[in-house]
Design a protein around this ligand. Structure first.
Ligand SMILES: Nc1ncnc2c1ncn2[C@@H]1O[C@H](COP(=O)(O)OP(=O)(O)OP(=O)(O)O)[C@@H](O)[C@H]1O
Ligand SMILES: [Mg+2]
Length: 803
């Protein structure tokens, strides 16, 4: 059963025979890569959509793919209910007492029954406690309740922060960002406006644009005052006052103010910032499943939150490098109202853009709904995977059929036959159309690993939310020297020269003055330090590293035998060219040790600086032995691990693809020969052809089918091999002689089986070879050699202090 783990395929369920209303043995395995073209799940209430969605999320987590899930109904929190031992005590706190009462059971009895139900359900689907354990270890589940306090909070304040530079520089992305933010904010205020004519819209979007373009952030109070006193005079060619008189602007500001003052609003300001990277990976870089439970919010609040979240996802996506592998999943459990065919709610724009653009960056959208009438099918014609469950009305069926037809655009689509199939679907049975496969599949969803307790209560969510999951952003790596530098306060015990005396020093000593902006010359004391600047090349050909870094170090001067010690230096972030070459007039100067007035000292200090850099300023990097990859300078362990995981997925997908290419024609030939040999046997022996052949299919066969594409080695044809041979041999042993045709068939089948075993071995190697999750990274320290250290400046720096 383990065959498919870690190979980038999701175990969704087993094929289902609609005519015989019976489960088949063949597993339905879905290539995670295929999800980059997005999936839609449609079915009536109770048809098993959420069960399927939870199954997909579980598979993703097991495969180390992070998930953001938007949960308008409150049952996705069930993903946190995973009990590797399946003990009744584990179930007890979560069972529904009303359901227990309905069944005439005590809570304990019911928990016992549920534990048993799960054990049985899982084993029927070939799953066990180990798989639950695997899921638990693979990803942490976090439940956020934005605008509420039961789960983790999400602070929306940051969302009015200026977007990253890349977004501002990308005209379309920047426009989108401004539009979506304005739109969602106005929705929260109860407006439903047209961006082209609405004054509110135009004013607020202009404010965002004005502030953000300067790289500044704006919070709600800031926005309220900017509405009253806009930071510009004109909108288009009109002056603000005639476009939108201050009296009217005041009422808009009042509306925002009431929102801000409302008791519920505080909850929107508390919690983690909207940071997609933090939602997707924990502090160690391990993938997370972040569930955003929004059942408690009003319609307009939900729209506001969902739109803001999609907005952030969009910015995040745009910052990712392109990929062909699945990087993350965005799942929405009920799409109703967010992507309607005609209306234009704020959520629609980011969803459309995501549907069009996210695939190139590896983000797969999984969108689920029970309202087939409420979908923009034109937008969804981009979706590559359709899961259709039981539908309620004929009308719904027609809508879905039209949608499927659009998605199949150009490809073959048998509307009538599909219509008949859809009419016959039962609960948990789905019609799966995947553009990457030749044929649709009808399957029943596998039993989920998580306990489906139903919507969680507030208290239950709180119990599942350990506040420790919130963590501080780690400091960026700073190769072992502290950053500085605020102007210091002058130590009055130091002797100070008189105002007029600019100290006179030998010409060979270079002097610079650090900028003293903001200090009154009368309060300014220049304190002497030694400044050194160096370029360092870190190189290690074995590891393929060649990185140059520039350092500017500032070290204090002391009286006494050791006037300067570079290990006391601070690294400053100043370009030497930005330093002043003359002091501000009217400043005082602190005393300095004799050594600082001797040109020879600076020669010594230069030599000492090279020595200091060589021994102390090494470049610290991480190395992954599995992928033979070294981290970038400045990349912390978490970021490196995140990059490694995705890279491992890409390499694995490539390796599988290479195998597919290698075996494709071999299998094609064998299949064709097999078909002909079989025909011949059938011709000679009508008996064998009449016999209904069916065999238990091993997971391995299904895996090959899923990875190699069904057309080349259809799981069925291989599965039938054994039985066909057995039944034919039986027919022949009962009297007749085994003909040459049967021998041929047997030999071809033996070859296919051999090839299959060879393939399985190779896949096994792949699944073991790209596991970087548990990998221990090696610390690599690269020290520069003296000849790679160029000290190009050592001089006296006058550092401004106030007194
Ligand atoms: N994969 C599964 N494993 C075990 N039980 C399941 C599974 N899928 C569905 N069920 C059972 O069927 C019930 C209904 O399924 P589900 O909640 O998935 O329907 P739905 O289509 O999401 O309905 P709604 O539109 O009302 O949300 C679940 O409460 C659960 O008891
Ligand atoms: Mg549901």
């Amino acid at each position: 059963m383990q065959d498919f783990e870690k190979l980038g395929v999701f175990y969704l369920g087993k094929k289902y025979d609609l005519e015989e209303k019976r489960l088949k043995d063949e597993l339905v395995l879905y290539k995670s890569k295929d999800l980059t073209t997005h999936a839609v799940i449609i079915g009536m209430t109770g048809s098993g959509k959420t069960g399927l969605g939870i199954g997909i999320i579980e598979e993703a987590a097991i495969d180390n793919i992070p998930v953001i899930a938007i949960d308008p109904k409150g049952d996705l929190g069930n993903l946190a209910l995973t009990f590797p031992q399946l003990r009744k005590e584990d179930f007890l706190p979560w069972v529904n007492i009303h359901e227990a009462a309905n069944k005439g059971m005590s809570k304990e009895e019911y928990a016992d029954a549920q534990a048993e139900l799960w054990r049985k359900g899982l084993s029927e689907w070939g799953q066990d406690e180990k798989r639950i354990e695997m899921l638990r270890n693979a990803a942490s589940v976090r439940i956020y309740t934005p605008g509420g306090s039961a789960g983790l909070g999400v602070s929306l304040l940051r969302s009015f922060n200026a977007p990253p530079r890349e977004v501002i520089n990308d005209k379309d992305a920047y426009r989108d960002r401004i539009d979506i933010t304005t739109n969602s904010l106005l929705t929260l205020l109860g407006f439903n406006v047209d961006p082209f004519t609405s004054r509110e819209y135009i004013l607020i979007s202009n404010i965002f644009e004005h502030i953000w373009s300067k790289g500044q952030n704006i919070d709600l109070p800031g926005l309220i005052s900017a509405i009253q006193k806009p930071p510009f005079d004109k909108i288009g060619v009109m002056d603000v006052e005639s476009f939108y008189p201050s009296k009217d602007r005041f009422s808009l500001a009042m509306m925002l103010n009431s929102l801000l003052a409302s008791p519920g609003f505080k909850a929107w300001l508390e919690g983690e910032p909207m940071d997609i990277n933090r939602f997707l990976y924990d502090e160690n870089g391990k993938p997370s499943v972040s569930i955003f439970s929004i059942a408690h919010l009003s319609d307009s609040e939900r729209m506001f939150f969902v739109t803001m979240l999609l907005n952030e996802v969009l910015s995040w996506v745009r910052g990712q490098p392109g990929t062909g592998s699945l990087r993350a999943i965005l799942y929405m459990d009920e799409l109703f109202g967010y992507l309607p065919p005609i209306a234009n709610p704020p959520s629609k724009a980011p969803l459309l853009t995501l549907l069009k653009q996210a695939r190139a960056f590896g983000l797969g959208l999984v969108l689920s709904t029970q309202n087939p009438g409420d979908l923009d099918y034109k937008a969804l014609s981009n979706a590559g995977t359709w899961f259709i469950g039981r539908l309620q009305a004929e009308r719904d069926k027609e809508k879905v059929l039209a949608g499927l037809e659009g998605a199949a655009a150009g490809g073959k689509f048998d509307r009538e036959r599909t219509g008949r199939i859809l009419a016959g679907l039962g609960n948990r049975v789905f019609y799966l159309h995947n553009v990457h496969e030749d044929e649709p599949v009808i399957f029943s969803t596998r039993w989920v690993l998580s306990y489906l307790a139903g919507p969680l209560t507030r208290d239950q969510i709180t119990a599942l939310t350990s506040k420790e999951t919130v963590y501080e952003k780690p400091q960026p790596v700073q190769d072992n020297i502290p950053q500085m530098h605020k102007p210091g306060v002058f130590d009055e015990t130091r002797p100070v020269h008189s105002k007029s005396a600019v100290p006179v020093l030998p010409l060979q000593i270079k002097q610079v003055y650090l900028p003293a902006s903001g200090i009154e010359p009368g309060n300014l004391v220049y304190v002497p330090s030694v400044i050194g600047a160096a370029d360092v090349l870190y190189s290690n050909s074995k590891l393929g590293v060649a990185v140059s870094k520039s350092y500017t170090l500032l070290a204090p001067l002391h009286e006494g035998p050791v006037p300067l010690n570079w290990s006391e230096a601070e690294q400053i972030d100043i370009d030497l060219r930005d330093l002043d070459s003359a002091p501000l007039e009217g400043a005082c100067y602190a005393d300095f040790p004799d050594a600082a007035s001797k040109a020879g000292s600076y020669e010594d200090w230069k030599r000492l600086l090279t020595q200091y850099i060589r021994t102390n300023l090494c470049l610290k990097l991480f190395y992954s032995p599995t992928l033979k990859l070294i981290s970038e300078p400045g990349e912390d362990e978490r970021a490196f691990r995140i990059r490694l995981q995705h890279l491992a997925h890409e390499r694995r997908d490539e390796a599988v693809e290479a195998i597919r290419k290698k075996y494709e024609s071999k299998l094609d030939t064998l299949e064709e020969r097999h078909r002909r040999a079989k025909q011949e046997v059938d011709r000679q022996n009508a008996l064998a052809a009449q016999r209904k052949v069916e065999a238990a299919v091993s997971a391995g066969t299904a895996l090959l089918g899923a990875l190699l594409g069904r057309k080349m080695i259809s799981a069925t044809s291989v599965s039938r091999i054994g039985t066909a041979v057995r039944s034919t041999s039986k027919a022949f042993t009962s009297g007749q002689q085994i003909s040459g045709a049967v021998e041929t068939l047997q030999s071809i089948e033996a070859q296919i089986r051999e090839l299959q075993m060879e393939l399985e071995q190779q896949l096994e190697k792949i699944s073991a070879g790209y596991n970087v999750m548990e990998e221990k990274l090696e610390n690599v320290e690269i020290r520069p050699i003296s000849s790679n250290i160029t000290v190009h400046f050592v001089g006296l720096a006058w550092v401004p202090n106030t007194r």
